[in-house]
Design a protein around this ligand. Structure first.
Ligand SMILES: NC(=O)c1ccc[n+]([C@@H]2O[C@H](COP(=O)([O-])OP(=O)(O)OC[C@H]3O[C@@H](n4cnc5c(N)ncnc54)[C@H](OP(=O)(O)O)[C@@H]3O)[C@@H](O)[C@H]2O)c1
Length: 368
């Protein structure tokens, strides 16, 4: 059985002779596609859209996704500029991008929950080398979930990486429960806004700091308090103590505020963990060992001085989290507003707009 896909450069062979077993029919043989490659670290001009990029064979647990939309995360711009070079430099050229929404084009032998033609969305792990800025992305089965019909590919592609980061912090680390108080520092961004919506859905009382333009949207999503950090003194405005603080900004000032606003036994989680920057400065082995030492020291200090848990929160693939993300986004309870869409051919322009903060909200690349 052969499938000739729409683009002339894409030839996808699935299976072969009828003598082969059922699983053999689900094996991808030959493909090439467009992809945005990063051959060297640097500015947006480093990004190159190439036509004939080989698609690797699928591993048994992997799914080939015909991408329709991929979102731009801050991590993409940081990696492009050299963040994480201790890990990524030997692996250049990279394909950037974590999020994707599209259709299943082929599945590996052991994939049972998804089938060819199904609309899906999901996100790759932060350290995945072959990203999603391509016509055909490859993700593990547990990194994908069916896309709700009620949201478009563009809307869906903006959600998973940010929402899984928020899920990891609030559900896996802090294990938030109904009735608890949650503070999100920087609730206007994609991770912060996802965290607010998770905490509201879990029945928590949510406060946040954000820019003035985000206040209305955050209150409409169910937060009880949204403090504009540009005009208000948030140390005066935020009253009482919290069970969990998610700090998406993670500068010394917000870290001190977050730690001081926690109840004993509470959890402070910053998104600005230092593992990658230590590794970049001192090499992978020494850098990671030093980062662990710094983290453990901070954890001990916070436990002794405030009786709280201190963590660097990182995005992780999480099938349970993705399932909840699908359920909440289908119900209209988890949304990330999109500020601008570009075609994937305009990827340099999109990165430049993010780098120069011409666009502060979410940017999505459409893959036609
Ligand atoms: N550790 C991880 O695994 C992980 C995963 C994802 C992201 N991150 C990091 O987490 C950060 C947020 O990511 P994102 O995807 O949510 O980015 P984003 O969508 O670009 O959001 C950033 C938002 O932060 C808000 N902000 C900026 N300065 C602030 C301040 N001083 N106080 C309060 N709010 C402030 C702004 O919101 P307003 O519009 O309200 O001003 C801005 O929109 C980035 O630094 C990213 O690299 C880490």
């Amino acid at each position: 059985m052969r499938w000739l896909l729409r683009r002339s450069t894409d030839i996808l062979l699935i299976g072969g002779a009828s003598r082969l077993g059922f699983n053999e029919f689900r094996r991808t043989a030959v493909t090439s596609c467009r992809a945005v490659l990063l051959p060297r670290f640097g500015g947006p001009e480093m990004l190159e859209l190439r036509e004939d990029v080989r698609i690797p064979d699928l591993k048994p647990n992997e799914v080939l996704v015909r991408a329709r939309a991929v979102s731009v995360n801050p991590l993409d711009c940081r990696v492009r500029a050299g963040y994480g070079r201790s890990l990524y430099e030997p692996l250049l050229p990279l394909i950037l991008g974590r999020d994707v929404s599209g259709e299943v084009a082929a599945v590996g032998n052991s994939v049972h929950s998804l089938s060819v033609g199904q609309e899906v969305f999901g996100a790759l792990h932060p350290t995945a080398v072959r990203g999603t800025y391509t016509d055909y992305a490859i993700l593990a089965e547990d990194e994908l979930t069916p896309k709700p019909e009620t949201i478009s590919h563009v809307e869906a592609s903006a959600i998973p990486f940010a929402a899984l980061t928020a899920w990891r912090a609030l559900r896996s680390i802090a294990r938030i429960k109904e009735g608890q108080r949650v503070l999100v520092v920087g609730g206007g961004g994609a991770v912060g806004f996802s965290a607010i919506q998770f905490a509201v859905a879990a029945g928590c009382h949510v406060s946040t700091t954000c820019g003035g333009e985000s206040v209305e949207r955050i209150l409409a999503a169910g937060a009880e308090q949204a403090v504009d950090f540009t005009t208000e003194d948030y140390e005066r405005s935020i009253k009482g103590y919290f069970d969990a603080v998610l700090d998406t900004i993670g500068v010394p000032e917000t870290e001190t505020m977050g730690i001081n606003l926690l109840k004993r036994g509470g959890h402070y989680m910053t998104l600005q963990g230092e593992a990658a920057s230590f590794a970049d400065r001192y090499g992978l082995a020494l850098g990671l060992a030093m980062a662990t030492t710094v983290l453990v020291k901070k954890q001990l200090q916070c436990r002794i001085s405030h009786g709280i848990d201190y963590q660097w929160a990182y995005m992780r693939a999480d099938a349970e989290g993705l399932d909840e993300i699908r359920r909440l986004s289908a119900a209209g309870k988890l949304k990330i507003p999109i500020e601008k869409t570009y075609s994937i051919a305009q990827v340099r322009e999109a990165h430049e707009a993010k780098d120069k903060r011409i666009i502060t909200g979410k940017v999505v690349l459409e893959v036609d």
